[in-house]
Design a protein around this ligand. Structure first.
Ligand code: PEP
Ligand code: MN
Length: 337
């Protein structure tokens, strides 16, 4: 149930609607927009008539939201959500570039990555300190030391930090060092992790699972939001199909679909989407053209020696070239970079 209040509705009128929703056993989420206050009631939808709310003082309109996700639905915040991380606004007119290696390997590597990202106009440094590897014998990440290295390098270059949280037990540590917590594709439906991330006051970037439908992605976002954390960034990172030429199939169409179904910012990860560095540039450009609010890519000073995902990791000059070309595409679609 979504109740949009009139411009200038009084506090008492808003309170009346909240009370009525609560009486009907709805959990009420309130958004005070620039013009309208919107009340989203999440709860039982049986036998409700929007007209009962529309008759109340100060109410502009009321809709029953039939989609299985509610807080993530575009109708909840039609103007779209901008998530602010330090000085970086994700979901506004600027397309945000996030870059860095797949894994944090050592201090020198991360300092170089931060320099490459910042010099080319990127705003967020990525790097995994806890790595979800398909094989238990592959490099598993540097843990806390890796987070410390990321934080120091990002601060030196004026960048924000994004890193993956694999397990709820890591959350208290991660929030000390990281600005955005990444939920990996393999964890998209780890509902306990999603619930625990719903209780923190930092943005999360939710990657689409390798076999997840768009509705499932939005339901996972809903888990985080229902816990109270409204700052969710969605990420298309490719899905598994019958095609084997690319590591995954980068679903560019998911970008405008997610943007239309949800108010949440959408970021594209073409590195994991294709798995080959030569294909990252065209997919990054296509993502921006399709309306992505940001691009998350892997870049390393010497990707052929990277500890993980080297084949899909850009060389520094490729990252610079991608940034220059993304700027052109961004301006063609009314955005900046
Ligand atoms: C990563 O970002 O390095 C990563 C492991 O991503 P994904 O969860 O999309 O596979
Ligand atoms: Mn990777």
């Amino acid at each position: 149930m979504l109740v949009v209040m009139n411009q200038g509705a009084t506090g008492a009128q808003v309170d009346d609607v909240v009370k009525k929703l609560e009486h009907l056993k709805f959990k009420v989420n309130r958004v005070d927009g620039v013009i309208h206050t919107v009340l989203a009631g999440v709860g039982p939808a049986d036998n409700l008539d929007p007209a009962d709310f529309e008759a109340m003082g100060g109410v502009k309109e009321c809709h029953l939201i039939v989609s299985p996700y509610k807080l993530a639905a575009r109708a909840f915040r039609p103007e779209g959500t901008v998530i602010t991380v330090g000085k970086v606004a994700i979901g506004g007119t600027e397309v945000i570039a996030m870059g860095g290696p797949c894994s944090v390997e050592n201090k020198d590597q991360i300092e170089r990555a931060a320099g490459i990202v910042a010099d080319a106009g990127g705003k967020v440094l990525r790097g995994g300190a806890f790595k979800p590897r398909s094989s238990p014998y592959s490099f598993q990440g540097m843990g806390e030391e890796g987070l410390q290295i990321m934080r120091a390098a990002a601060d030196k270059y004026g960048l924000m930090v994004i890193s993956e949280v694999m397990d709820s037990s890591q959350i208290p540590l991660m929030v000390q060092y990281v600005d955005i917590l990444q939920i990996g594709a393999r964890n998209m439906q780890n509902f306990n992790l999603l619930k625990d991330l719903g209780r923190i006051a930092k943005p999360v970037l939710l990657k689409r699972g390798i076999a997840a439908t768009i509705e499932e992605v939005l339901l996972s976002a809903e888990y985080v939001m229902a816990g109270g954390n409204q700052e969710v960034i969605l990420c298309e990172r490719g899905i598994r199909t019958f095609e084997t030429f690319t590591r995954n199939t980068m679903d560019i169409s998911a970008i405008p679909v997610l943007k239309s179904l949800s108010h949440l910012p959408v970021v594209a990860d073409p590195s994991h989407g294709v798995g080959k560095r030569s294909l990252v540039l065209p997919m990054a450009l296509a993502s921006v053209a399709a309306g992505a609010d940001g691009v998350l890519v892997e870049v390393h000073h010497d990707p052929d020696r990277a500890a993980s995902d080297g084949a899909q990791t850009l060389k520094p000059e490729q990252f610079q070239d991608m940034m220059a070309k993304m700027k052109l595409v961004a301006s063609a679609v009314g955005r900046s970079l």
